[in-house]
Design a protein around this ligand. Structure first.
Ligand code: NAD
Ligand code: DAU
Length: 341
């Protein structure tokens, strides 16, 4: 009997993860705790909201009494922690919510999970905690933490709080650090869904700086399978890097999207660079591959084509986000069923 508390399960990766573990049957029940911030969307959970094994709980992880009361009487024995402020550009504008959710919120969950005697706590982190690479080399688990954006610094702080809980309390946590994800239900502020949706609307595609920054792309299903490998077979106290092995310059990705959507390159606009923009990320995932038998299965070309098809077929989903209409969904369809909280 495995009952998993998933935080941030109404976001991009969390909703894909919830759907995947319910489909595979590895969990008897999933408690999905999410504050439904701008990037949390119950429409991401289409198909699982009414699954009797899935229970949605609206709560803010930085509000300890609120989380306690929202989870009162609900049993779970493992935690997979996704909930975070996740967008670098927003952290450059205002770091406050990043510190509150990513740092304070993670400590609230660690304390709660320890009190509840959870047997495993998977902390979902990012390769951005390692900083930036030059033209060569890869991030390994022993690369020193050197975060460059307020987002990355807040994630590094959360990793260190998890590390401290392991060291001080013998807390059974594991940390994953993954590269750039793409796939269905990604909020259209991130590079790939922004470019695909703008291309489909014949709007300009804003490329930061010279467009030669490199990211290591991984399909969200491969990331979710990596998290599952860590949850099921990882060694407590360890960090596992997860990556797609698909390094691409941003401009290559943007041109591939334009080609796949039959739109002209004249839509490209080179705009002012992101402040402190990290030049290159690339992951060495050897540890997860050799210890856990996990490896990414989706090639970038096939995954990108499938993702673009999804955004074409699910135009209403992203149009409702871009127009703001998605924010009404919770109020209209769900709050009443939860007693209006
Ligand atoms: P996302 O922004 O799509 O989703 C974040 C979710 O967390 C949303 O549902 C939001 O409502 C929820 N949330 C935010 N603040 C909360 C709070 N205070 N209390 C409760 N819920 C809250 O993000 P994502 O891209 O799905 O990322 C999920 C996790 O994976 C994050 O921890 C992120 O750092 C990590 N990660 C992301 C990527 C990537 O490429 N997207 C790569 C590596 C790691
Ligand atoms: O590496 C993992 C990280 O990947 C995650 O931890 C973050 O949560 C996730 O947001 C992502 O961070 P990035 O900053 O790499 O992703 P983003 O999609 O914002 O940008 C990808 C690259 O594209 C980056 O070099 C900036 C560039 N870019 C982005 C946007 C939104 C543009 O050139 N134009 C844009 O409009």
């Amino acid at each position: 009997m495995t009952s998993i508390l998933v935080t941030g399960g109404a976001g991009f990766i969390g909703s894909n993860y919830v759907r995947r573990i319910l489909a595979s049957g590895v969990a008897d029940s999933v408690v999905n705790l999410d504050a439904l911030t701008y990037s949390g969307n119950l429409e991401n959970l289409d198909g699982v909201l009414d699954d009797p094994r899935h229970r949605f709980v609206k709560a803010d992880i930085a509000d300890a009494p609120g989380v306690d009361s929202a989870l009162g009487g609900i049993d779970f024995d493992q935690v997979v922690h996704f909930a975070a402020e996740s967008h670098v550009d927003r952290s450059i504008e205002d770091a406050g919510a990043f510190l509150r959710t990513n740092v304070l919120g993670t400590q609230v969950l660690l304390d709660l999970a320890r009190r509840r005697g959870v047997t495993r706590f998977v902390h979902v982190s990012t390769d951005e905690v390692y900083g930036a690479l030059g033209p060569t080399g890869l991030f390994s688990e022993t690369t020193p933490l050197s975060p460059n954006s307020p987002y990355a610094a807040s994630k590094a702080a959360s990793d260190l709080l998890v590390r401290a809980a392991i060291h001080t309390h013998g807390f059974p946590a594991l940390i994953t650090r993954c590269s750039n994800n793409y796939g269905p239900y990604q909020f259209p502020e991130k590079l790939i869904p922004l470019m695909v949706s703008n291309a489909l609307e014949d709007r300009p595609l804003p490329v930061y700086g010279d467009g030669m920054q490199v990211r290591d792309w991984i399909h969200v299903n491969d990331h979710c399978d990596g998290i599952e490998a860590v949850r099921q077979r990882g060694r407590v106290g360890e960090v596992y890097n997860l990556g797609g092995g698909n390094e691409r310059a941003n401009i290559q990705v943007v041109k591939a999207i334009l080609a796949a959507t039959s739109k002209p390159e004249s839509l490209i606009r080179y705009v002012a660079d992101r402040l402190g923009h990290d030049r290159r990320y690339a992951i060495d995932a050897t540890k997860a591959e050799t210890e856990l038998g996990w490896s990414p299965l989706v090639s970038f070309e096939a995954g990108l084509a499938q993702t673009i098809d999804w955004y074409i077929s699910n135009r209403r989903w992203w149009e409702r986000i871009k127009s703001g209409a998605y924010l009404e969904f919770y109020a209209r369809h769900y709050a009443a069923r939860l007693g209006g909280n």
